[in-house]
Each structure stands twice: as C-alpha cells, then as structure tokens.
Design a protein around this ligand. Structure first.
Ligand code: SIN
Length: 330
C-alpha cells in the first residue's frame, strides 16, 4: 500500500515494513509504560502519526504484528522475502522495519548475514508504547526514514534514540531506558541530530550480489521448514554440565536432533571445569560447540589448542544464529 501522492514520486521511495513491537504497543492508560500489549497499532497508523513529516514517497507493508519475544522462523522467512523483494525495486532507496526491541538485534544480524544489502535497511523500535504520553516511537521512525534516504548509507542498521548501530555489533543493553541499545567497543555507526546524519565509521553491507551464491543461499533459507537445533547455555558458579548431558540424552532419544551448543562463558569464554567436561562429551557426540562470553563487551580471543570454536566478537545470541546459518550451509 502506498500512502503518498504522485507529486512526490520524483523522490526515491522508502518502504516501511511493520512487524509489531512496543513501537506499535497499546496500553489502557497513557501513563502506563510497562503494562501494554505490543504489536497492536498498524504500521500505516504509525506513519500517519508523523503528520506527513516524511520527505518523499513511502510504501507500507505489514508483514507481522507480534511481540518480538515470539519471533519465529515463518516470520523471519516472510520478512527476508519481502526485504529482498523491495530491495530489488530500482525506485526504492531504502527500507525501514518497525520491530520490537527484544529480539531486534537477532533479526538485524540475520538480515545482514543473509542479504547484506547495498541499500540501507533500517530497523527501528520504541521503548514506550504508541499510547504513551511522550512516546519515543515517532522520533525513532522519523530518524529511520531519513536514514533510509541518506545518500551512501547501506547495510542493516538500527536507529534508536538518535544513534545508528550496525547489525553485527548492536545489542539491547537496558530494560527500560529509551537509549536501550549499544554497540560495545565498536561504537555506533552514526548519529542523527535534528534530522542530519553524522557518520562515525563506514557503513556495513556490501551488496547482495557481491556475496557468492547470495541469492541461492537466501532461497535455501526461505525453503527451510525448521532451523537446526542449537541451544544456548551459561557457565556460572557451581555449573555441573548436567544440562548438556540431558540435552544429549534427549537428542539421542529424539533421533540426534541437537546439532550445536553455544555456551556463554565467563570472561574470555572460560568455563566451569565440570561444564567443560560435559561439553567435551557433546563434541565427541558430533555436536558443534561455540564458546561465547557473558561479558557485555569485548570479544572472545581464541586460545591455542582450543577445542571449542570461539565466537570472537559475536554475542551469544548472534553466535547461535551464525552457527545455525553455518549448519545449513551459509
Ligand atoms: C517487543 O520486543 O516486541 C516488545 C518489547 C519492545 O519492543 O520494547
């Protein structure tokens, strides 16, 4: 659906795809900032709330209407398919995706790995529902629209609270603060000040067709009827590894479905020795094991003679996605 008239057609189009989240959330009271239902307000209505402030034509598509904690493979597949479709339209400068904050970094990373867009694909969100007295969604959405038309911008980006993050580095780091995202050591890619984009470092992304077999790999992802089973564990004081053995036993009884484990270790990915013993059993059973870190910042630096694969700069949830994509041949 297009919400703009012909006079603007000389300017490039931005496509805004709605998936739900707090940005589309509704509460019974304008003062309630936590007791709301996410994914209620349609993306066309969110855009209408900007009062026509967007410059140029905007096409709108509602791909899902969910709380992003419930993100699943069918929604990801639908989203990837629509993103690839709209990126292929020559008149489209860039895309904006409205998304819940809770799994936004996973969707951003997935899109970057699968599509690596040469145009900007900007995920945006809100920490307050659309019905709040002072919602943050309209400002974030307006910033995202500007960024999607910004000359030279490319790759999967996240626009929130005036900062622009890259998909590989961004993580949600706060449960309540409006500026809930951070890019750790790398820092944000850019910031948006009164509608102007100030760039700090090169844009991510390299172009769909620059990736060997990029289109074929996307088609393979779209055809999946399930993701490889990769579980995420923590190392912690008194860990005994029994969770790993239970997973292995369950996997054997279910026909060997467990394919990978990502363990969020302490510090530089170190593990309680009992958990490490259990993970060695998983390795011996043919399960891939990736060592990530519980630390919010810093990367896991490989050790010599490391039996486990280091996640390097990826957070545990992104290391899990990377391992799943690797297991399906990406
Ligand atoms: C969600 O992730 O859909 C709900 C939480 C949020 O958007 O902040």
């Amino acid at each position: 659906m297009s919400i703009s008239d012909d006079p603007g057609r000389a300017l490039p189009t931005v496509v805004v795809i709605g998936t739900g989240g707090t940005i589309a959330g509704r509460a019974a009271s304008a003062h309630d900032l936590v007791g709301y239902t996410a994914g209620q307000v349609g993306v066309a209505e969110l855009l209408a709330g900007l009062g026509g402030a967007e410059e140029g034509p905007v096409d709108v598509e509602q791909v899902a209407q969910i709380n992003s904690k419930d993100m699943d493979l069918p929604v990801w597949q639908r989203l990837c398919e629509r993103v690839a479709h709209h990126l292929g339209r020559p008149e489209v400068a860039g895309l904006v995706i409205t998304h819940g904050t809770d799994t936004l970094e996973e969707t951003a990373f997935l899109l970057q790995c699968l599509i690596r867009p040469a145009k900007p694909v900007v995920l945006t969100c809100a920490m307050r529902p659309a019905t709040a007295l002072a919602p943050d969604g309209p400002q974030n959405l307006g910033d995202a629209l500007r960024l999607a038309r910004h000359p030279g911008a490319q790759g999967v980006l996240v626009a929130c609270a005036g900062r622009v993050h890259g998909a590989a580095e961004v993580s949600k780091v706060h449960t309540y603060r409006l500026d809930a995202f951070d890019s750790g050591d790398a820092g944000p890619v850019a910031q948006i000040e009164n509608g102007q984009v100030r760039c700090w470092r090169p844009w991510p992304g390299q172009g769909f067709d620059a990736v060997p077999d990029g289109r074929k790999r996307l088609q393979a992802f779209l055809a999946l009827d399930g993701l490889p089973r990769v579980e995420l564990l923590y190392s912690h004081a008194c860990a005994d590894g029994e969770i790993v053995r239970a997973l292995l036993a369950q996997s054997v009884s279910a026909g060997g479905r467990l394919q990978g484990l990502v363990v969020a270790g302490t510090g530089n990915g170190t593990l309680h020795h009992r958990l490490e013993d259990a993970l060695a059993e998983a390795l011996a059973a043919g399960v891939r094991v990736v060592r990530a870190t519980r630390c919010a910042q810093g990367q896991v630096i490989p050790l010599t003679e490391d039996r486990l694969e280091p996640s390097r700069g990826l957070s545990p949830v992104k290391a899990r996605l990377a391992l799943m994509l690797d297991l399906i041949g990406h």
